[in-house]
Design a binder for this molecule. Structure first.
Ligand code: C2O
Ligand code: CU
Ligand code: CU
Length: 500
């Protein structure tokens, strides 16, 4: 009897050690850090400004060709890619408020896709969501009037169920909007010189392809083991001005970053997703989940090198889950190298733009959106179901709750909303500007005020969804239409653009 007991105890001990060791190994090998390991030997590439022709009536016309290609990301590393007008990513489109723009999109890929203008206020039929598929070989030519404040927006495919893979292969680019108010401010605005677009993505290579596999317990989706900016690995950039503006875009499929600098210096946040804040806000770090943007201004010292870094995004997760969701990961993102003498910059203005966001008191109706893995309000996305019908010209309150154990975010097409409450409190400085995407930690909630200016189109929906692209593809998305007062939603009629 005693002998059996001893043997059993022995087996149990060995098992505990094996399991414990395995768990420890899984835990300790799950985080990634590139901090201090980078040689920053590639010059940051800056996406070219897209050429445009201006027609007699003033319409600014762009051309975007979606195509496949190959790019050597580092010596000896040739990878199959997709891009707009090039091998990887796309040119920066730029237009002024009040301008009419038209984009001729040609799909030269072997599969259907779409091009969505993330953050843009425009008619639903021009939005480039899953209802505006562009067939392989097809052309789609959306046109709209730019009618929103200066902002850093972006564009990317949005085919239902395949957004993650189309974006990861390289289909993404920036769309910058200018207006008189922002041009009149003494902010750094020389594109590629003291005003740098930074498209941040995490990546992992597998032979001549991008790896796609999700790590063990990585329920947020794909997480890469290194980062690149504008498609450049280990990037550095020389800067020659005292003040440098960085337009940060998290174009990753699932990763949340917490951006700051290697010496923890303070910087000024001047803009969020939909444009400038009322006044700059000083901070040491800013968190961006997939799809979100931040415009920051950082002061350089002559001759120095400083790294843009992302560390410990945390994401409100517990010790165990944050490890597998990338919350403990650390990345050196970009090295800024200051010239030995710097051009003096005018001081940052203390006031930027006047208040323009909708207020909670204007709201005529409240809706609730509950997020859980793969579902919103208990349902997965259905192309022919309209989840919300909103009246043109009204302000609504949307309460978004993450009732899951994992992080999500929430993106709404067509509008820039105000965050009136975050986690039951007044929003922090980083959420006080115009937003179109908001992060929600497990158990988190946000109250948003949204103004729907139209135009009305009862049969073409806009999307709202989690911008963790794997979640979106799984159906964490819903649809709303904007109608005229008294009008009803009509069943959506998906359009397929195959003409030339
Ligand atoms: Cu960035 Cu519905 O998308
Ligand atoms: Cu999600
Ligand atoms: Cu058509």
């Amino acid at each position: 009897m005693r002998r059996i007991l001893l043997i059993l105890t022995g087996i149990a001990t060995v098992l505990a050690l094996v399991v414990g060791g395995g768990v420890t190994w899984i835990y300790t090998s799950a985080d990634v850090s590139t901090v201090g390991t980078m040689d920053f030997d590639q010059e940051l590439s800056i996406p070219p400004l897209a050429d445009a022709t201006v027609e007699a009536d003033g319409t600014r016309v762009f051309q975007l060709d979606m195509r496949s290609g190959k790019k050597e990301f580092e010596p000896g590393r040739l990878v199959r890619t997709w891009g707009f007008n090039g091998d990887y990513l796309g040119p920066t489109l730029r237009a002024r408020r009040g301008e009419q723009v038209r984009v001729r999109v040609r799909n030269q890929l072997e599969e259907a896709s779409t091009v969505h203008w993330h953050g843009m206020h425009l008619p639903a039929s021009m939005d480039g969501g899953p209802h505006q598929m562009v067939d392989s070989g097809g052309t789609w030519t959306p046109e709209w009037k730019v009618d929103q404040a200066a902002a850093t927006l972006w564009y990317h495919p949005h085919p239902h169920g395949a957004t993650e893979s189309h974006v990861r292969k390289g289909l993404a680019g920036m769309f910058l909007i200018d207006d008189d108010a922002s041009s009149a401010l003494p902010l750094p605005h020389d594109y590629g010189v003291n005003d740098l677009p930074l498209i941040v993505q995490d990546v992992k290579f597998s032979g001549d392809r991008f790896a796609t596999g999700r790590g063990m317990f990585a329920d947020v989706g794909f997480l890469g083991d290194r980062t690149m900016v504008n498609g450049t690995l280990a990037p550095f950039r020389e800067v020659g001005d005292e003040l440098v503006r960085l337009r940060l875009l998290n174009a990753s499929t699932a990763r949340v970053y917490n951006f700051g600098f290697s010496d923890d210096r303070a910087f000024a946040l001047i803009g969020t997703d939909g444009g400038l804040l009322e006044q700059p806000a000083e901070m040491n770090s800013v968190q961006l989940s997939p799809g979100e943007r931040a415009e920051i201004v950082v002061r350089m010292r002559a001759g120095e090198r400083v790294q843009l870094r992302s560390a410990n995004a945390g994401m409100g997760l517990d010790f165990w889950s944050r490890r597998f969701s990338g919350g403990d990961d650390r990345f050196d993102i970009l090295e800024l190298r200051a010239a030995t003498t710097l051009r003096p910059s005018p001081p940052l203005p203390t006031a930027l733009v006047s208040a323009r966001l909708p207020e909670a008191s204007e709201s005529v109706r409240e809706r609730t959106f509950t997020l859980e893995f793969g579902k919103i309000n208990g349902q997965a996305m259905a192309m022919d179901r309209i989840d919300a019908t909103v009246t043109r010209g009204t302000v609504e309150t949307w309460v978004v709750r993450n009732e899951d154990g994992m992080p999500h975010n929430f993106h709404v097409h067509d509008v820039q909303f105000a965050v009136t409450e975050y986690g039951g409190k007044a929003p922090p400085a980083a959420l006080r500007g115009p937003k179109d995407t908001i992060f929600l930690p497990p158990g988190g909630s946000a109250t948003l005020a949204l103004r729907f200016d139209g135009p009305a189109d009862p049969s073409t929906p806009y999307m709202f969804h989690c911008h963790l692209l794997w979640h979106e593809d799984l159906g964490m998305m819903g649809q709303f239409v904007v109608v005229d007062p008294g009008q009803e939603a009509a069943p959506p009629a998906p359009a397929h653009h195959s003409g030339h």
